[in-house]
Design a binder for this molecule. Structure first.
Ligand SMILES: Nc1ncnc2c1ncn2[C@@H]1O[C@H](COP(=O)(O)OP(=O)(O)OP(=O)(O)O)[C@@H](O)[C@H]1O
Ligand SMILES: [Mg+2]
Length: 328
């Protein structure tokens, strides 16, 4: 897709096969997210010690941070088979029942985009309504023991009853630059790309805290180096390539910039309420709040105040807009 932004955290359509080859398989290979890994290691060891499946686990956070990867890692560490499905593909309760009743004992059921799953699951059993109108009856199905691993970018859209099904809930955070640097090096070695320390650093810095973007930028920079006949990716080489790809120093994407510029220009720097901002940029308020704002706050470009969102002086500098002297 030529018009897709290169720093979009979501996967491009042709990226999925390649992602699988770069995906860490074990907890020990999974870079960063240390607190989550430490906790999971304990829960997994304990469950295995009791010969029980792991508790239902919910993983949430912005796109490209490793939720799907972690779901597969969990299954592998549990030595359990994994079945993969997604919220939108389970339309009817019967679809879910068909999957659940066919699971093997101890299997991991990975449900991606679980916020789009309309029904609530019950532990160990599933209530199914058969027929409709006065003749409808409810049948309770007993299920094999299994681990539901749910992933979502939109925690806020999960119904409270569904949320309550999960004994383990983890929010994945943007990665530190040092973690992305390790990911860049690891991916380069898997792909057989020669990259020096400075080159990997430049890529890590512009990856918007997101491993998927690190891997994508690595491949794009490799293309430039190859065409130029360079032997390895250097700091200068990758900086030049990334400039040409219009990836800025902070890896902001189009909507990131639009949010900042709208607050700066239309609302005089803020504060502006979320609903007003959402109408002005033409994006769903939940998406702004759960996917865009966390990164903008992390890099220090946006403040959430009780009266609304404000852009920071740093953002003005980055956007090359003269700031409002009075405010700052
Ligand atoms: N902790 C990690 N260590 C190394 N590589 C990682 C890590 N997390 C993710 N990656 C890389 O980033 C890619 C994207 O990760 P993944 O598909 O798991 O993200 P996701 O959170 O499921 O995204 P989405 O919300 O779009 O489904 C993976 O293919 C993997 O190569
Ligand atoms: Mg995923």
């Amino acid at each position: 897709m030529a018009d897709q932004r290169i720093v979009d955290g979501a996967a491009e359509s042709d990226e999925q096969a390649l992602e699988r080859t770069l995906r860490p398989r074990r907890l020990a290979e999974y870079v960063g997210q240390q607190r989550i890994k430490d906790n999971l290691a304990v829960f997994i060891e304990a469950a295995r010690g009791r010969a029980e499946p792991l508790d239902h686990t919910l993983l949430y956070g912005p796109p490209g941070l490793g939720k799907t990867t972690l779901a597969h890692v969990i299954a592998r560490e549990m030595d359990a088979p994994i079945r993969v499905t997604s919220g939108p593909s389970i339309e009817k309760a019967g679809d879910l029942a068909a999957i659940l009743t066919s699971l093997q004992d101890g299997e991991v059921l990975f449900v991606d985009e679980i916020h789009r799953l309309g029904r609530a699951l019950e532990d160990g059993a599933l209530d199914l309504v058969i027929g409709n109108g006065p003749g409808a009856r409810t049948v309770r199905l007993d299920l094999p023991r299994f681990t539901l691993v749910g992933a979502t970018t939109r925690f806020g859209l999960l119904s409270p009853p569904l949320r309550d099904r999960f004994g383990i809930v983890h929010r994945l955070d943007y990665y530190a630059e040092s973690d992305l640097l390790r990911i860049a090096r690891r991916s380069a070695s898997i792909l057989g790309v020669a990259v020096d320390e400075g080159g990997a650093q430049e890529i890590a810095r512009r990856s918007r805290g997101t491993p998927r973007i690190t891997n994508r930028l690595l491949r794009r920079v490799r293309d430039f180096m190859q065409v130029e006949g360079a032997e390895r990716i250097t700091a200068e080489g990758s900086a030049a390539a990334l400039e040409r790809l219009e990836v800025d120093r902070f890896g902001l994407d189009e909507l990131d910039r639009k949010i900042l510029l709208t607050i700066a220009d239309k609302f005089d720097g803020g504060p502006v309420g979320l609903a007003t901002l959402s109408a002005a940029v033409g994006e769903d308020s939940g998406t702004i709040e759960e996917i865009y704002e966390p990164y903008l706050m992390q890099v220090g470009f946006l403040d959430r105040t009780p009266r609304g969102r404000r852009v920071t002086r740093l953002a003005y500098e980055h956007l090359e807009r003269p700031g409002r002297g009075i405010l700052f």
